[in-house]
Design a protein around this ligand. Structure first.
Ligand code: CS2
Length: 502
């Protein structure tokens, strides 16, 4: 079978959308760090719609992989083209799929192979925006406080090696030094990761790094670069070999790395751009003055509920999110968690129908065509828990409100860390702090009471901060962990009760 390629585009079946702008004339105004499936199913797709609507050819993208070469290896023979498959269930539950070939990814650079090429690309006169989906751990920050870890090995390396960095802060700051020295315009740094105040967090991290390099550079960046906060939402499960085969067969051309997504998409971005931007409204983005309320809504409702489902589901041996949602007790718990404990902590937002938002979320999680693996969501818990669950716990404790269901989700994470689910299947703990967590768990095992054991675990400051010594929190997590260990996930769900009064 021939490969998907600009030359094979005219031969694709008529029902497959494709780039209709002058792709040959497209320049790269965007450098995107972390060119994974999420970027390709979200930001790139919105950008594609903007290109179609405006014909403004300044806004092609050069993607950068900070670690692996696999995306470049898959997409280079395809001239950067790939397919997006939007999947959901038809009325009868059978999978339905809409395909689009996306064209605005012009090139993929692999940072470890050629860091100088990445620095030069960010320093290129055409570049106006550097966008980021590098996952939580790509920020090298302390998850509890958001501060850059100046002692992290890769950050120490990047401060010493301006010509060959490894990390986002290293690339961004050293490339901005080049731009400043060359008299080029500043940039917008646009974080699209699931972090609270992701733009402000990026700003703090990047400026802290710049301060170590050159105080003058830091001042220049502070005065001229912008760091809009943004909220992104689309569920993007990992692509499987079955996806590759099915999609290639429909294209009549091989696509080595299509991406899968749900039809739903939201992107809310603060309209603070240092050097221009595409009109992403054409692809469904919204520009606002303050994105923080939207981020809080999304991180707490979507991601908080997702992580709760992932830990409890995975431990009960439920491999996919829709399968977990098909368990009435788990579905009822997730619904009550959102309704009773998360929603009341959210700021009032004009035009937001929170009940409708929750109902739609239950539907999105139940999408049978995504096959979203609970273990995919379970990874990197140390980086995710603070903004997904612990902020909500803090707010509720401050108001003297119950945290029963939130504490079960946190206990679910601790339970998951033991590495064996209730069917006896084992799983790796994929987490940048896995070694430190394993050590904590082993030491906690020596405690004589469940309360002391949990207090030792929640005493892990990078994740829990001061919350770890809050007696109500420790007691609630300890109670649930005891039930999980004695009676399993189903027992713990029965104990918490889907409709128990808050
Ligand atoms: C998920 C998110 O993997 C995870 O941790 O919770 O990737 C989630 O699917 C997206 O944030 C939805 O927008």
């Amino acid at each position: 079978m021939q490969r998907l390629h600009p030359a094979t585009l005219p031969r694709l079946p008529a029902d497959i959308a494709r780039p209709l702008y002058a792709r040959d004339a497209l320049r790269a105004g965007i450098v995107h760090l972390g060119v994974g499936a999420f970027h390709r199913a979200h930001i790139a797709v919105v950008n594609e719609a903007a290109l179609h609507a405006s014909g403004d050819l300044r806004w092609g993208t050069v993607g950068v992989s900070l670690r692996a070469a696999d995306t470049r290896d898959a997409l280079q023979p395809q001239g950067g083209l790939y397919t997006l498959a939007l999947r959901d269930g038809a009325g009868d539950g059978s999978p339905r799929e809409l395909l689009q070939v996306v064209g605005n990814l012009l090139d993929v650079l692999v940072a470890p192979e050629d860091p100088a090429a990445v620095l030069e690309r960010i320093a290129h006169p055409d570049t106006r925006i550097v966008s980021l989906t590098i996952t939580e751990k790509g920020y090298h920050h302390d998850p509890a406080t958001g501060a850059l870890r100046l002692d992290a090995a890769d950050i120490v390396h990047d401060l010493a090696h301006p010509e060959a960095p490894r990390t986002m802060p290293g690339f961004v700051v050293h490339a901005l030094a080049l731009r400043r020295a060359r008299g080029l315009a500043p940039l917008t740094l646009l974080s699209c990761d699931n972090l609270p105040a992701n733009g402000d967090t990026t700003r703090g991290i990047v400026l802290a790094f710049a301060q170590q390099v050159d105080a003058g550079l830091r001042e220049w960046m502070e005065a001229h670069c912008t760091f809009p906060n943004s909220m992104v939402d689309r569920i993007v499960p990992r692509t499987t070999d079955a996806d590759r085969e099915r999609i290639s067969a429909r294209l009549g051309a091989g696509d080595a790395w299509p991406v899968i997504g749900e039809p739903f998409l939201e992107w809310v971005v603060e309209d603070r751009f240092a050097n221009g931007r595409p009109d992403w409204t054409a692809g469904g983005a919204r520009f606002v003055d303050h994105a923080e309320p939207f981020e809080k809504l999304k991180l707490r409702m979507v991601n908080g509920a997702h992580s709760a489902l992932a830990y409890l589901g995975a431990m009960a041996g439920l491999r996919t999110v829709d399968r977990a949602m098909a368990e009435p007790a788990l579905r009822g718990y997730i619904d009550a968690l959102m309704r009773e404990e998360i929603a009341p902590t959210l700021p009032a937002m004009q035009g937001l129908d929170l009940d409708g938002y929750r109902a739609r979320l239950l539907q999105r999680f139940s999408n049978p065509a995504l096959q979203h693996q609970t273990k995919q969501i379970a990874m990197d818990g140390s980086q995710k828990l603070p903004q997904r669950l612990l902020g909500t716990v803090r707010d509720r404790l401050a108001q003297g409100l119950p945290i029963d269901r939130l504490a079960l989700a946190v206990a679910g994470w601790v339970y998951y860390l033991r590495g064996t689910d209730e069917t006896g299947a084992t799983h790796d703990i994929q987490d940048p702090l896995a070694a430190a967590l394993a050590q904590r768990l082993a030491q906690a095992g020596a405690a004589t009471s469940m309360q002391d054991r949990v207090a030792f675990i929640t005493g892990f400051a990078p994740v829990f901060g001061e919350l770890g010594s809050e007696p109500r929190f420790v007691a609630a997590v300890a109670r649930h962990l005891g039930t999980l260990e004695a009676d399993g996930v189903r027992g713990a769900l029965a104990a918490v009760g889907a409709d128990a009064p808050a």
